[in-house]
Design a protein around this ligand. Sequence first.
Ligand code: EPZ
Length: 437
Amino acid sequence: MEKFVINGGLPLKGEIWVSGAKNSAVAILPAALLLDVPCIIENVPDISDVKICLKVLQGLGAEIRPVGKNGDTYWISCKNINSHYVPYEEAKKMRASYYFLGALLGRCHNACAAMPGGCPLGARPIDQHLKAFEILGAKPIITGRNSDVVELHANQLRGDVISMDVVSVGATMNAILASVKADGVTIIENAAKEPHIVDLANFLNYMGAHIKGAGTDTIKIQGVKKLCGNAGEGSTVDYCYSIVPDQIEAGTFMIAAAVTHGNVFIKGVIPKHLEAITAKLRDAGVSVTEIEDEDAVHVFVKENAEFKPTNIKTEPYPGFPTDMQPQMAVFLTLVNGQSTITENVWEDRFRYVNELAKMGAKIDITQNGAIVQGSAVLKGADVQACDLRAGAAMIIAGLAADGQTSISDIRHIERGYADIAGKLRGIGADIAKISTN
Ligand code: EPZ
């Protein structure tokens, strides 16, 4: 077992680089199953969810080779895929295993994977995914000893109108994956608009798909027979695609800089993707400067600056991201006055509140949100990373706190943040990963 130990109270200063987006990578890697030629994917984050994706791909018959020295680039060939079964144990380890359903269905017209695992955030239904698959012509069967395995079979996939009942990132991505090689035209209405949806569409279009409207609420997909890039099948061109920067990792660093009264350039970002986070931090009195031509944002807080309260409501993109809610809650414990949080996406995203309370935070849970009493003086404590973003919040709290914070269950954090301790040490944090065995 490993944990993070943080000695807090140091202002963060310098430059920190953001990795590729987790939620893009976990969709784009399975999307390689749809390609008729090899491809090279760059800016792949070194996180455990990605390692699981690569392992699953290899298990299905993909050939994968690391490229270059950065450890973030892979050459992938899915020429010899010989299975449509995602191993049960792997599927259960991450939420994004559901993308193998859409990608395998699109490729083989058959797919089988256990219902996904991932962070415990309350009910995590996949009814909209199954609805999309059915509309395209697949028959889903729920099977397995625990009725937790989805099998899909389609004689033919045919484009149609898929009107989502809720805005769902995963269901939108899966509808794209399953329809990109279907016959005819698919229209996804009430689609999610997150940057990772656009990234998946850009990747597939680069490889020869016809997807229009990604990033809006209506996506139109003209099915194609092959995805083999512009040079065509049999070419020796290396198709190379780079995953977009992770806006949640960037936002996490922005808040870490703010709570430590730091002076940090967060680099390798797309400032537009951070607008909702930037706006809230500015509301509260944090100086955030977008540096478009350097792909950076600069977060600066004077030593004795005081923060103002602000209210946040989580919403699908371009609203304030639910994946930044726990980190923002830590910031709000330090402002002068009371703030409110309304959580509109996940019903159980407040498991971090008890942990933060051990450090001196005062947060009262309400029906679909929380009231954060500001002006807390955070003190180091032994806390747990209850899920990925809760874990990120604990790191931020530890950086802001007086004394030592020890965070257990860091496997949750490592699912989504590449070398977070090393990166934060690079800007002056006193954080170490230690083995508890
Ligand atoms: C993605 O989850 C992300 N995961 C989550 O990131 C993120 O919190 C979430 O989108 C919202 O932005 C990945 O991309 C792998 P949804 P996803 O389908 O796709 C309801 C993180 O910390 N819903 O957009 O599973 C659902 O209950 C993680 O990085 C249905 O009702 O989320 C929720 O209330 C955690 N039926 C809402 O929609 C469905 O079939 C949004 O969920 C699907 C979803």
